[in-house]
Design a protein around this ligand. Structure first.
Ligand code: GAR
Length: 198
């Protein structure tokens, strides 16, 4: 059984998709948020999953927050840490500690549109495709080795909201698939590329 710790900051719909996928061999050991009012925490708790809050506002530096967060994560002996809408920038030490065992989902086709407001920026740039990316987390924000991507069309009439909803449906399909591949030991990182075995 592989222990998985999921980090969230808000509603946690990606976390829900991963929990609901009931991936064989995966044990959702805990859901941790950096805000006590993250709606996803209540959802997880109602399903009997251990939940914790590590409030970033209680720490006076990123280093102190990341050290406290890692201590809580490591209580659950994770094989994999899954960032699911976890909206904090992580220190290099933290990302190094979980190198090769921490995934993130980002709502763009990386390496395009790192950072925030990805859908608005893709529409404004006149892109015809948008999408989402699951990648291993490294020190550089939204830059780690890409595991899987899904693309959707950008339609003439799209708004930020309509595009975001179309991409989110793909996120909910893609992230459980990537976690499943990790759990089944089918991911190989080679020269910054990830190869997914069938
Ligand atoms: C998702 O769209 C995810 O891709 C994005 O936040 C949303 C969280 O939704 N993540 C980022 O922007 C990370 N930079 P959720 O809480 O419902 O899973």
């Amino acid at each position: 059984m592989k222990n998985i710790v999921i980090l969230i900051s808000g509603r946690g719909s990606n976390m829900q998709a991963i929990v609901d996928a009931a991936i064989p061999g995966a044990h959702i050991a805990a859901v941790i948020a950096n805000r006590a009012d993250a709606p996803g925490l209540a959802w997880a708790s109602e399903r009997g999953i251990a939940t914790r809050t590590v409030d970033h506002k209680a720490y006076d530096s990123r280093e102190a927050f990341d050290t406290a967060l890692a201590a809580v994560i490591d209580q659950f002996s994770p094989h994999l840490v899954v960032l699911a809408g976890f909206m904090r920038i992580l220190t290099a030490d933290f990302t190094r500690h979980y190198a090769g065992r921490m995934l993130n989902i980002h709502p763009s086709l990386l390496p395009a549109f790192t950072g925030l407001h990805t859908h608005r920026r893709a529409i404004e740039a006149g892109c015809k495709l948008a999408g989402c990316t699951v990648h291993f987390v490294t020190a550089e924000l939204d830059h780690g080795p890409i595991v899987m991507q899904a693309a959707v069309p950008i339609l003439n009439e799209d708004t930020e909201d309509s595009l975001s909803a179309r991409v989110l449906r793909e996120e909910h399909r893609l992230y459980p698939e990537a976690v499943r591949a990790f759990v089944e030991d089918r991911l190989r990182i080679q020269d910054l590329r990830v190869f997914v075995a069938e």
